[in-house]
Design a protein around this ligand. Structure first.
Ligand code: F0G
Length: 350
């Protein structure tokens, strides 16, 4: 029988006898030790592969619980704003649990794989002339009058569910890491991890707490620049957010963990995406690669991570955003006829 978050972590979650069971097999994602980057930087780097969740991102950890609590309240409709992954996850759980699902997305700003997922799962998709922040404002405005449950991370059950990733890391390592790098968009996930680490620390399951680094993109770094960004812009569409809803929680998490918010360029992000794919055999989406880009940036600035245990959260699967990757990978393909000699020559010349 597949382990599930609902039963396995029940005593740490707001689940009671009236909460219906919900699962599509989320959680229990691999924590993979880096072979090449660990050697290169003389530390132990681990990747938490959140792209291995059923809809391909960490959102499923929060969505299983949010949908369970929605069903517990006997509500039949869910709504979210999204840069793509929340909409894919909401649509998946909505389909399975027979909920009317509406997703509000910024027009032309969603990675193709995520949009196709929401379509495949059968959500009602509203594409607006506006960015994510405006999508979320609209959701807040209309949800009550239409009796929808909001399943964005402003719903506290999302953060509760997502904290299970920190539990898993502690169980997988046998201790808590020294450092964690995580991409930050709407700032819910970093807050979830901190909640999870603290809960296991308070329960004496671990003796230490990690230092958190929250990584944003240069053009969408409201928490680094300390101001709302009106027109956020980055190739990492998942974290193209200028006014994070959980900014205060995230700031508390960073302060309490003695960590930092930091930002990386789109070039850093794509370089990191390439390195993780080429050196580690893991293809993650650009927003996820921001975590590794953050680590590499600090190392290049002289931070000493020697012999430390470092976890980078790879929040989503690379297949979700084929268009971005295709743009810089196109030149990798050499075209030939079907003539074996010509093929052989192409291989030798590659
Ligand atoms: N990584 C990925 C792949 C994401 O999809 C997101 C957020 C984040 C990181 C940042 O997490 O918002 O909790 O700080 N995606 C949201 C969405 C906004 O709509 O799918 P966060």
């Amino acid at each position: 029988m597949q382990k599930n978050l609902f039963n396995y972590y029940q005593k740490y979650l707001p689940i009671n006898e009236n909460t219906p069971f919900v699962s599509i097999g989320e959680g229990f994602t691999p924590l993979v030790k880096s072979e090449n980057l660990s050697d290169k930087y003389n530390c132990n780097i681990f990747f938490k592969l959140e792209g291995s969740n059923p809809s391909g991102s960490f959102k499923d950890r929060g969505m299983f619980l949010t949908v369970a609590k929605t069903l517990e309240k006997k509500k039949k409709k869910i709504i979210c704003a999204s840069t793509g992954n929340t909409s894919a996850s909401a649509a998946a759980y909505g389909a399975r649990y027979n909920l009317e699902t509406v997703v509000i997305i910024p027009k032309g700003k969603i990675a193709l794989g995520k949009l196709i997922q929401a379509m495949a799962y059968g959500a009602k998709i509203i594409s607006i002339n506006g960015n994510f922040d405006e999508s979320l404002l609209a959701v807040k405005e209309i949800s009550d009058s239409l009796d929808f449950e909001i399943v964005n991370s402003i719903n506290p059950y999302r953060l509760e569910g997502q904290k299970t990733a920190a539990f898993e890391i502690i169980e997988q390592l046998g201790f808590s890491p020294d450092f964690q790098f995580i991409p930050v968009g709407n700032a819910g996930n970093i807050s979830s991890y901190w909640k999870g680490y603290k809960q296991f620390y308070d329960s004496k399951i671990c003796n230490e707490l990690p230092v958190l680094y929250g990584v944003q993109a240069d053009g969408a770094a409201p928490l680094v620049d300390n101001k709302i960004i009106k027109n956020p812009d980055t190739i990492a569409s998942a974290i193209r957010i200028g006014n994070p809803a959980s900014a205060d929680l995230a700031k508390d998490s960073i302060n309490e963990s003695s960590g930092e918010f930091m930002k990386v360029s789109d070039e850093n992000i794509l370089d990191a995406q390439k390195i993780i794919a080429r050196k580690e055999g893991i293809f993650c989406e650009p927003a996820s690669a921001a975590s590794v880009a953050g680590l590499i940036k600090l190392i290049s600035k002289g931070y000493d991570f020697s012999n430390k245990n470092i976890v980078c959260i790879l929040t989503g699967n690379g297949l979700k955003d084929p268009e971005n990757a295709q743009q810089y990978l196109q030149s990798n393909i050499i075209k030939t006829s079907s003539d074996p000699d010509e093929i052989k020559e192409a291989i030798l010349k590659y």
